[in-house]
Design a protein around this ligand. Structure first.
Ligand SMILES: Nc1ncnc2c1ncn2[C@@H]1O[C@H](COP(=O)(O)OP(=O)(O)OP(=O)(O)O)[C@@H](O)[C@H]1O
Length: 281
């Protein structure tokens, strides 16, 4: 096949917007005369169907970035758009139908039952009769692998893994095309963590939902990421498939992937990828 300089014929359909498009983003805190700059001219584009892990040292602004995508925080400068719409203009209900958020501790309402927690965003919307809201919540309960016998339990009756599943069901109640996850497997034992990764993987395959997660856990990162975006030096310094990013020579990446936990998580991956054998300590 020979290359030509001809441009492809213009498509009749408008190109669909990226799921997340971040341009020229600056985040700073503190007094204007002595600002602490967290993000400096940061750019990141996330396309439909990607599973992107945000990694970076403590305080590099990973959680703040998730909150900006959700529209809960606004950058000092720059733009954050979700499916072509400015995140800041989504509003609470618009945000829930476009972006689901799984908070690190689940953030369930302790006085509500499992079913009430799952139904909450849809009930708040006030557009559906109660029986339909309940039916939708039961569907999501089943979708996250929990039987109806758990519907009337309170969060205090649930294991850590079940709390994550209920929080995930609530995040998905309005079928958002984008799911944000802050440390999805934090606090789970290895078995529960593997099971939760499998659930996220199968939901991604079934629903095609785009996922963006913050994780410090290498097993979760390798299990779930099609791409890793590294926050360092106040921007997304590198981005690529996990096995490619793991090879980059950078102090944070070296410590992250070649530290004790990193080497453990990399061992099965390295066996399949030439040149990725963990270095000796
Ligand atoms: N509302 C705020 N006011 C002032 N400083 C803030 C605010 N929110 C976040 N920060 C600061 O911004 C920095 C980035 O915070 P963020 O929680 O996003 O970091 P992170 O990368 O998620 O870190 P970690 O991996 O430790 O959770 C931190 O230094 C934090 O103290």
């Amino acid at each position: 096949m020979t290359e030509t300089n001809q441009s492809p014929p213009p498509s009749k359909l408008p190109a669909s917007p990226a799921v997340v498009e971040i341009r020229g983003l600056w985040t700073q805190f503190g007094p204007p005369e002595r600002p602490v700059v967290i993000h400096r001219d940061l750019a990141l584009t996330i396309e439909r169907g990607e599973m992107v892990s945000l990694v970076g040292g403590s305080g590099t602004g990973k959680t703040v970035l998730l909150r900006q995508i959700l529209g809960l925080e606004h950058p000092a400068r720059g733009t954050v758009t979700v499916l072509g719409q400015p995140a800041a203009q989504l509003g609470r209900q618009g945000a829930a139908s476009r972006v689901g958020m799984l908070f690190q501790q689940g953030a369930l309402f302790s006085a509500f039952s499992v079913l009430e927690n799952i139904a909450f965003p849809l009930r708040e919307l006030g557009t559906l009769p109660d029986d339909l809201v309940r039916a939708a919540a039961y569907v999501k309960l089943q979708m996250v692998g929990l039987g109806p016998q758990h519907a009337h339990k309170k969060p205090s009756d649930l294991s850590g893994g079940m709390i994550k599943r209920v929080a995930l069901a609530r995040a998905l109640i309005m079928d958002p095309p984008l799911l944000l996850l802050d440390e999805p497997t934090a606090g789970l034992d290895p078995h529960a963590s593997d099971e939760f990764c499998e659930l996220l993987h199968s939901l991604h395959a079934e629903l095609g939902v785009t996922m963006v997660m913050v994780t410090h856990d290498l097993d979760t990162l390798f299990a779930l990421s099609s791409r890793v975006a590294v926050l360092a030096e106040q921007k997304v310094l590198f981005s690529g498939p996990p096995t490619e990013v793991a090879r980059i020579q950078h102090p944070f990446i070296h410590d992250f992937f070649q530290g004790e936990r990193g080497r453990r998580a990399m061992t099965p991956v390295a066996a399949e990828v030439p040149g990725l054998a963990p270095s000796q300590p």
